[in-house]
Design a protein around this ligand. Structure first.
Ligand code: GRF
Length: 203
């Protein structure tokens, strides 16, 4: 059984897609063991609790220094002994100590076709604003391993989504979620649980 920890910051629709995929057996041999949010008000925490999944908040605001926050996050992850950590809209840069401890065991969903519209400053609606400002006709989402850089890790899955005339960032964000993120993230976890994608040291 693949033990999965999910890190979130906001609404948690990607977490919802994972929970639904487990419930409907599209993901088999995996259990979401813990959900951690940096934001106490994240609706994702409610989604987790409603599914009987342990949910906790570790807010940087509760710690005197960033280092202490990083240590608390690392401890909370180690404590639940995950095989896989999924960043599902987690708006915190993952410290090197966590990347090293869970080498090739952390994956992220990013709402663009990497290497376009990614890296520092490209998160949430900002990604979709930049897509519309540049006028590209196709965007999408990417699932990738997390390494020490920002959105630089090995790509696991991508799905393209059309940009439509008259799109606003919000409309485009919703389409990218519905047509790409909520599909490729559960699929990637399912493949990892089936052993079709290898994770961990030596990958
Ligand atoms: C998603 O667009 C994800 O790709 C991005 O942040 C958003 C999170 O949405 N990194 P949600 O919390 O899963 O609803």
């Amino acid at each position: 059984m693949l033990r999965v920890a999910v890190l979130v910051s906001g609404g948690g629709t990607n977490l919802g897609a994972l929970l639904d995929a487990v419930d409907s057996h599209r993901i088999e041999n995996a259990k979401i063991v813990r959900v951690i949010s940096n934001n106490p008000n994240a609706y994702a925490l409610t989604r987790a609790k409603d599914h009987g999944v342990e949910a906790l908040c570790i807010s940087p605001k509760s710690f005197e220094t960033r280092e202490l926050f990083n240590e608390a996050l690392l401890s909370a992850l180690k404590e639940c002994n995950p095989d896989l950590i999924v960043l599902a809209g987690f708006l915190v840069n993952i410290p090197e100590s966590i990347v090293k401890t869970f080498k090739n065991r952390i994956i992220n969903i990013h709402p663009s076709l990497i290497p376009s519209f990614c890296g520092k400053g490209y998160y949430g609606l900002k990604v979709h604003e930049a897509v519309l400002a540049r006028g590209v006709k196709v965007t999408g989402a990417t699932v990738h391993f997390v390494d020490e850089g920002i959105d630089t890790g090995r790509i696991i899955a991508q799905k393209a989504v059309e940009v439509m005339p008259g799109d606003t960032p919000e409309v485009l964000q919703k389409r990218v979620m519905e047509q790409a993120e909520w599909i490729i993230l559960p699929e990637a976890v399912a493949k990892i649980a089936r052993g079709e994608i290898s994770i961990g040291e030596g990958v």
